[in-house]
Design a protein around this ligand. Structure first.
Ligand SMILES: Cc1cc2nc3c(=O)[nH]c(=O)nc-3n(C[C@H](O)[C@H](O)[C@H](O)COP(=O)(O)OP(=O)(O)OC[C@H]3O[C@@H](n4cnc5c(N)ncnc54)[C@H](O)[C@@H]3O)c2cc1C
Length: 288
C-alpha cells in the first residue's frame, strides 16, 4: 500500500478545504470497506485520506417538518438498521441495511460510501434510486443537489468531483400507506446480489394502486427503474394478480444480453421477473 497521510477534520468546511488543497490527490474515507481493499491492491493511490469520523454534518438521521428524511452520508448500516423509521416508503431502508453482508461490514460500511463506490451489486444505490433520493454534495465552491439516478454513472463512476464530499441523502416524504418489498438473489447469506429488486407501492382506500416505484439492482451497470412495471401497476386494483402482471413486464425496456456489459447479463435478465413478482406480492398481498 502506498504511504498516505490521515487527517480527521472536525467540520464539513475543514474536510472540503483539505480536499480542495490537495488537488485530486486526497480522498474521503468513510467506513473504508471498499477503499482500503482498493488501496491494498493499488487500484487507489491517494496521498491523503480525509476521515468523516468527526464531521457532524455527515452523520445522523432526522426528519424535516415536511416529512423529508435526511441521512448523513457517513451513517453506517448498523445505525440505520437499528433506527426506528415510521411506516411508509422509508421503512425499506433499515430492512435493506440489516441484510447487507455481515455484522463487521454493517458496523463500518456507510450509506454514502456505497453510493460513491457505485458498485452495481451494492444495495443502497438501489434504495436511493427506488426512493427518488436527492444527494447533497459539498465542496469549498458551494453545495449542489442532484438526483441519485443522475449521480450514478456506472460501475465505480459517479458525478462526484475530486473536491466534493457527499454530505447528506434526502428521501422525499412518504405516505404511511406505502408498502415495500425488497429481495436479492445471491449464492450465500453474506454475498452481494447477483440481481435484486425493490418496490414501493401505495394503494388508496378503494384498493387502487396510486403510486408504484419498482427498480432492479445488479442487473445493469446502474440501478434501473422498471418503468413498464410501474405504468402497468398504477390504476389497477389489489384484487387483480398484480405480482403476475409485474412479472410479465419486468424485462421490458431493459437492454438485451448483448447490449448489457454486465457479467451473466442473460441470467440476470432471466431471474429478474421472479424477483419482481416476489417484491410486488410482498407489497400488495394482504391489503384490504
Ligand atoms: C466483505 C464485504 C461484503 C460486502 N457486501 C455488500 C453487500 O452485500 N451489499 C452492499 O451493498 N455492500 C456490500 N459491501 C460494501 C459495503 O457495504 C460498503 O458500503 C462499501 O464498501 C462502501 O462504504 P464505506 O463506507 O466503507 O466507503 P469507503 O470504503 O470508505 O469509500 C468508498 C469510496 O467512496 C468514497 N467516499 C465514501 N464516502 C464518501 C463521501 N461521503 N463523500 C465522498 N466520497 C466518499 C471514498 O473516497 C471511496 O472512493 C461489502 C463490503 C465488504 C468488505
Amino acid at each position: 500500500m502506498k504511504p498516505f497521510r490521515y487527517v480527521r477534520p472536525g467540520s464539513l468546511e475543514e474536510a472540503t478545504a483539505v480536499l480542495a488543497g490537495n488537488a485530486g490527490d486526497a480522498c474521503v474515507i468513510a467506513g473504508g470497506q471498499s477503499l482500503l481493499l482498493g488501496m491494498k491492491d493499488r487500484r487507489e493511490r491517494p496521498s491523503v485520506l480525509v476521515s468523516l469520523q468527526d464531521v457532524p454534518e455527515t452523520r445522523g438521521i432526522c426528519y424535516a417538518d415536511d416529512g423529508t428524511l435526511t441521512l448523513g452520508a457517513a451513517t453506517t448500516y448498523w445505525t440505520l438498521h437499528t433506527h426506528d423509521l415510521p411506516k411508509g416508503a422509508h421503512a425499506i431502508l433499515p430492512e435493506i441495511a440489516g441484510d447487507i453482508a455481515d455484522v463487521p461490514v454493517r458496523r463500518m460500511g456507510t450509506v454514502g460510501g456505497a453510493l460513491c463506490q457505485a458498485e452495481p451489486a451494492f444495495d443502497f444505490p438501489l434504495a436511493a434510486v427506488l426512493g427518488d433520493a436527492e444527494l447533497e454534495l459539498a465542496s469549498s465552491r458551494g453545495t449542489r443537489r442532484l438526483a441519485a439516478a443522475d449521480f450514478l454513472h456506472g460501475p465505480r463512476k459517479t458525478d462526484l468531483a475530486p473536491d466534493e464530499v457527499l454530505a447528506r441523502i434526502h428521501f422525499p416524504a412518504s405516505a404511511p400507506t406505502v408498502r415495500s418489498g425488497f429481495v436479492k438473489h445471491r449464492l450465500r447469506r453474506f454475498d452481494s446480489a447477483i440481481a435484486s429488486a425493490g418496490c414501493l407501492i401505495d394503494v388508496d382506500a378503494a384498493g387502487r394502486v396510486v403510486a408504484a416505484n419498482v427498480a432492479c439492482g445488479a442487473v445493469c451497470p446502474v440501478p434501473t427503474r422498471l418503468t413498464a412495471v410501474e405504468e402497468a401497476l398504477v390504476g389497477r386494483g389489489v384484487e387483480e394478480d398484480l405480482a403476475a402482471m409485474a412479472r410479465s413486464r419486468a424485462s421490458d425496456g431493459l437492454p438485451d444480453e448483448l447490449a448489457n456489459p454486465m457479467i451473466m447479463a442473460g441470467y440476470k435478465r432471466d431471474v429478474l421477473p421472479v424477483l419482481v413478482y416476489r417484491v410486488v406480492a410482498a407489497a400488495t398481498n394482504g391489503r384490504d
